[in-house]
Design a protein around this ligand. Sequence first.
Ligand code: NCD
Length: 296
Amino acid sequence: MKSLITIQALGEAGLRGLIDEASSIRDRMESGGSIETTLQGLCVANLFFEPSTRTRLSFDLAAQRLGAHVITLDPATSSGSKGESLRDTVLTVSSIGADVLVVRHSRQGVPEAVAEWTGLPVVNAGDGANEHPTQALLDAVTLQRRFGSLEGLRMGIVGDVAHSRVAGSLVQAFPVLGIELTLVGPEQWLPVGTGLATTTNLDAALPGLDIVYLLRVQTERGGVITDDLVTRYQLDSSRAARLATDAVIMHPGPMNRGVEISDDVAESPRSLVIEQVRNGVPTRMAVLDALVRGRL
Ligand code: NCD
């Protein structure tokens, strides 16, 4: 078993293999087909040192569907709050008998450090503003199921790109899959040195996009919500009307309605947000299954 820390490490073949497998798992789950319980008897520990709804619950269910026992650390009520170091907490979880660790932390690099300390396989569920590899995978699954092929799709990632670990993984993975990316947002949120197209003008970019991928302002990482930002970058119905008829809207959640997205756009038929969430469990099943089969 190896770890999944960065999306880049998967390479194109690894990415495509996981996307196809996740989609196939979803089809089998929905048609009542059989799923091999490859994690039978293993213990998956969820260590989320930052808030999470979708990611934690879907890792939990994914591990259970594959037959694993799941244990979950709640940092607020654990010994970290009594002064225990992160390393001691993590070594405790490993000694209790965890076989796989799913780690989210506000500091970049923690999942990798946890893998080194424990020698256990670790899946990165989000580290600081760095990466969130399973989110990028489930987004690719969602797009492949919607459009059939990813090749040549034009996607704008809009908002607080610089502070977003979701964007951190998307910009590594999506160009490899043939998706053309444009980063859209105020100058201070556009990372430099990615080699990708950037623009501060959302209105001008919209007609040329197949996918608008909206990001929440990462206030916990220094992002600040201003009236000007909402005026210039909120995707509301008048902006959405500039999109091509079959263009779609995505968001990793949690959505801040009234900030980066208006209520009506969040509810519109163009929105794939619920589909993204649906693909979370099969995607994480594909990752955990590949991990225990030694295919990562
Ligand atoms: C994201 C995260 O935690 O990075 N949420 C998620 O996992 N779907 C996005 C966010 O918090 O803005």
